[in-house]
Design a protein around this ligand. Structure first.
Ligand code: AHR
Length: 498
């Protein structure tokens, strides 16, 4: 029996709901087909947004959605995506498959989607191939309430009122696809671009996010923090967040390995590689602490998740991959890591929403399925807007000789109404685990619990969409000290104690 000690008296940082965020790019079948099918589609939709996907995402409590990229963001010219659809300019999506982008999903459609989802929009602007004026005008178009050229244009296009947009990304991966910039060049570009992203409502200023590091490029974090240190517009800081991107690959970049039908060694190598996130977040945080000890600047992990070889026979530029119980394990440990670092991690966005990389939904024509990753996000929604509390779990080291991982992983939080939320994952593909939860100075009266479990390589298909799904969890006993429970191999459980 492993001990899991939870101390609800020791409250730590707030777990912002945006840690449970998502990312949608004009890439493959993410936006088109995955979310947007157009008003004339035979697939049930509201203003072009497919109802099955919107309803599933709402049930999962999606809090924030990043758009339009990714690499696409630094090639996107927002004025091509407004006005009558028939006259919108077409472009080539050079990053992703060289397909024609007809711009039928643009600013108004994205804001309509966020409205239907009830989530915050996070708009990533173009630094790589855009201009300061273009970015400044997009912010004006989105948020200015009054008479101005862009507000008038918005009204002409059918939306007199401004939208409520807070999160603004100033460039994406500008060290790579976003312009191949040097650190010094980007940081100075940022100062310029961000200056003209005006917060028209000064009482509710924009939350501006600078492009951050690729995985363990610590010098990027150091350099950007140094160059932006102390910058402000007089009424607000010039930056509020710094991003971090890290993708989990089971093998190496050129041959990443398949999403299904993988050997058990790759189950463990994937988990081992994904746990590197803990070190990345810690070390980038250490650097941020030097410049921002009060932790005002948020770490924004706005791209994370698994990246495998594409499904055989699909367009290599579309990044379409299946999603198994291995991905569920990846999701749960990363969300636990973000919870535990919520003093610094302000937002995280898994890549990507639908039909691309580690998606929560997959679609095929009118069919939609929920992936194992979906269920983890739904179960972990209990942590949104709660407060992290102190916790520790005893665990064995398991895995292969090359790739070791802890068997058990966890995080704990407390909601405003006093409910204690525990997420516990058993990463072992083969062994169950017995856990004795000890709650400091707290009595358990009631338990609500849900479990996601299945063979480590199990996944849902359009023919069998419910092979893996969450279910009520009842294998627990309330004790004097807290509760005990048994976790099957490859499982994650969410417990709500009151
Ligand atoms: O998510 C796919 C791509 O990965 C994004 O467009 C880019 O930012 C990253 O390299």
């Amino acid at each position: 029996m492993k001990r899991f000690v939870v101390n609800p008296i020791h409250k730590k940082s707030k777990i912002h709901k945006e840690i449970y965020g998502h990312f949608s790019e004009h890439l493959g079948r993410c936006i088109y087909e995955g979310v947007y099918v157009g008003e004339n589609s035979s697939i049930p939709n509201v203003n072009g947004m497919r109802c099955d996907v919107v309803n599933a995402l709402k049930a999962m409590k999606i809090p924030v959605l990043r758009w339009p990229g990714g690499c696409f963001a630094d090639e996107y010219h927002w004025k091509d995506g407004i006005g009558p659809k028939e006259s919108r300019k077409k472009m080539i999506n050079t990053h992703w498959g060289g397909v024609v982008e007809d711009n039928s999903f643009g600013t108004h459609e994205f804001m309509e989607l966020c409205d239907q989802l009830g989530c915050e929009p996070y708009v990533n602007m173009n630094v790589g191939s855009g201009t300061v004026q273009e970015m400044s005008e997009w912010v004006e178009y989105l948020t200015f309430n009054g008479v101005s050229p862009m507000a008038d244009l918005r009204a002409k296009n059918g939306h007199p009122d401004p939208w409520n947009v807070k999160f603004i990304g100033v460039g994406n991966e500008n060290w790579g696809c976003g312009g191949n910039m040097t650190l010094e060049f980007y940081a100075h570009q940022y100062r310029n671009y961000a200056t003209y992203c005006r917060s028209y409502d000064r009482k509710n200023p924009l939350f501006k996010i600078a492009c951050g590091a690729n995985a363990d490029d610590y010098s990027w974090t150091e350099g950007v923090m140094k160059t932006l240190d102390g910058t402000n517009n007089g009424y607000a800081p010039l930056y509020n967040g710094l991003s971090l991107h890290y993708y989990t690959v089971p093998r190496v970049w050129r041959d990443k390995g398949p999403a299904t039908g993988f050997p058990i060694e790759e189950y463990y190598s994937t988990l081992n590689h994904t746990l590197h996130m803990e070190e990345l977040v810690s070390r980038h945080s250490d650097i941020m602490n030097q410049y921002d000890p009060e932790k005002k600047v948020g770490m924004i992990v706005d791209e994370w998740g698994t990246w495998y070889n594409v499904e055989p026979g699909t367009n290599p530029g579309f990044l379409y991959q299946q999603n198994s119980m291995r991905d569920a394990m990846v999701a749960s440990v990363n969300l636990d890591i973000f919870n535990k670092h919520s003093d610094r991690v302000r937002m995280a966005n898994i890549a990507q929403l639908a039909n691309v990389l580690q998606s929560v939904v997959l679609t095929e024509g009118e069919k939609m399925l929920l992936t194992p990753t979906y269920y983890v996000f739904k179960m972990f929604a209990m942590h949104q807007e709660s407060t992290l509390i102190d916790s520790f779990i005893e665990t064995d080291e398991i895995g292969t000789d090359e790739c070791k991982v802890p068997q058990l992983y966890e995080s704990a939080s407390i909601s405003d109404d006093g409910t204690i939320n525990l997420s516990v994952t058993n990463l072992s593909a083969t062994d169950e685990a017995e856990v004795e939860t000890i709650l400091v100075e707290t009595k358990v009266n009631q338990v609500e619990a849900e479990i996601l479990t299945g063979p480590w390589n199990a996944f849902n298909t359009f023919e069998n969409p419910e092979t893996v799904k969450s279910a009520p969890f009842t294998d627990y006993t309330i004790t004097e000290k807290g509760l005990t429970f048994k976790l099957p191999p490859c499982s994650v459980v969410a417990l709500r104690l009151s």
